[in-house]
Write a protein that binds this ligand. Structure first.
Ligand SMILES: Nc1ncnc2c1ncn2[C@@H]1O[C@H](COP(=O)(O)OP(=O)(O)OP(=O)(O)O)[C@@H](O)[C@H]1O
Ligand SMILES: [Mg+2]
Length: 286
C-alpha cells in the first residue's frame, strides 16, 4: 500500500503573530519498497511534510494514509506508539533526538520501550551502532560528548534499533565526512534492497538522489512542484535548471558534451560508459 497524502495542509502557530502556512493542499502518493528523495529549497516545507508521517506534526486539513493507518485532521491519532515503531523518523537536528545518559542507553531505549528485555535491547543497540559505524568506545559516553557526525550516527542507530518498516531520514548525512556519507547511503540502500524497507530521504545533495534514489519529490513553497522517477528527473538538466537545482556532475558533463557536438545516449548513467562513448567518437574522428 502506498503512503498517501490527501489534501494535507499545515499551519504553524495558528492564531499567534508567528502564524505560518507551511503546507498547502498536498496530494502525494509515495511508493512502498522504494527510496524516495524529498528535495527543494531551504524553507520549502520538506521537514514539515515528513514529520506528518509519524504524527509528530498533525495535519490541519486532510488525511495521511500510512501502512494500515489513517491520520485525519481534527482527530487524535490512534496507536501512536505502534505507528512510531513502524515509521522511524530521524530528525534534521539529531541533538533533538538524543536524551539518555549514554549512547548505548539512548539506542537501547526504543527496543526497551517496545518490550524487549534489557539484554535483548542492548544487543539490538550494539548491532545498530555497528551498522552506523560508531565504535565501541563511544557507547558509554554521553551523547553530548559526541561530535556532530557521531551524534547523527547515534540518532540513526536509535531508529534502526527499532527495525521500523519505513525509514524517514531528514538530511541524514549532514555533518558526515565524504566517506561516512557514502557508507551511510550504502546502508540505507542495503536496508531497502535486502530488507524491503521503504526509505524517504530529505536531502540537498543531488549526487545522492541520482545515485541511490528511485523517485524524487520536489517541494516548493509548501506545495508539490514535481513527483517523478529519478531517471526521468535527470534525463537531462532542463528540469533541474527550471527549478534552480544544480544537476549532478554526470548530467552537467553530458550536457556540455552534447553542446560540444558529441552524441550522448540518454541512457548513459555512469562515468565509465560516458568516457567510453566519448573515446569512441574521438577515435572515429581523430
Ligand atoms: N515551529 C515553527 N513555527 C513557525 N514556522 C515554522 C516552524 N517550523 C518551520 N516553520 C516555517 O515553515 C517553513 C517550512 O519549514 P521546514 O522546516 O519544513 O522547511 P525545510 O524545507 O525543511 O527547510 P530546510 O531545507 O532549511 O531544512 C519555513 O518557512 C519555516 O520558517
Ligand atoms: Mg528541513
Amino acid at each position: 500500500m502506498p503512503i498517501q497524502f490527501e489534501h494535507v495542509s499545515h499551519t504553524y502557530s495558528t492564531g499567534t503573530p508567528y502564524e505560518y502556512k507551511a503546507l498547502y493542499d498536498i496530494n502525494l502518493e509515495i511508493e512502498e519498497g522504494k527510496i524516495t528523495a524529498i528535495i527543494g529549497m531551504t524553507g520549502s516545507g520538506k521537514s514539515t511534510l515528513v514529520q506528518h508521517l509519524n504524527a509528530l506534526l498533525l495535519p490541519e486539513k486532510g488525511t495521511i494514509r500510512i501502512l494500515d493507518r489513517t491520520i485525519t485532521a481534527g482527530e487524535k491519532p490512534k496507536n501512536l506508539k505502534s505507528l512510531r515503531g513502524d515509521v522511524g523518523l530521524v530528525f534534521q537536528f539529531p541533538e533533538y533526538q538524543l536524551f539518555e545518559e549514554t549512547v548505548i542507553k539512548d539506542v537501547a531505549f526504543g527496543p526497551k520501550n517496545f518490550g524487549a528485555s534489557e539484554e535483548e535491547a542492548v544487543k539490538k543497540a550494539k548491532h545498530a551502532l555497528s551498522m552506523v559505524g560508531l565504535p565501541a568506545e563511544t557507547y558509554e559516553k554521553s551523547p553530548l560528548e559526541l561530535s556532530g557526525g557521531q551524534k547523527r550516527r547515534a540518532a540513526i542507530a536509535g531508529i534502526l534499533a527499532m527495525d521500523p518498516k519505513i525509514l524517514v531520514l531528514d538530511e541524514p548525512t549532514a555533518g558526515l565526512d565524504p566517506l561516512g556519507t557514502v557508507s551511510m547511503m550504502s546502508l540505507f540502500s542495503k536496508l531497502n534492497r535486502e530488507m524491503g524497507k521503504t526509505v524517504l530521504i530529505v536531502t540537498h545533495d543531488m549526487e545522492q538522489v541520482f545515485k541511490y534514489c528511485d523517485n524524487v519529490v520536489v517541494v516548493e513553497n509548501g506545495k508539490i512542484r514535481t513527483h517523478t522517477s529519478v531517471q526521468e528527473f535527470f534525463a537531462d538538466s532542463s528540469l533541474c535548471r527550471e527549478m534552480n537545482i544544480l544537476p549532478p556532475a554526470l548530467i552537467r558533463m553530458k550536457d556540455l558534451l552534447k553542446e560540444a557536438g558529441f552524441r550522448i545516449d540518454d541512457n548513459i548513467q555512469d562515468l565509465d560508459r560516458l568516457a567510453y562513448a566519448v573515446a569512441r567518437q574521438v577515435k572515429k574522428h581523430g
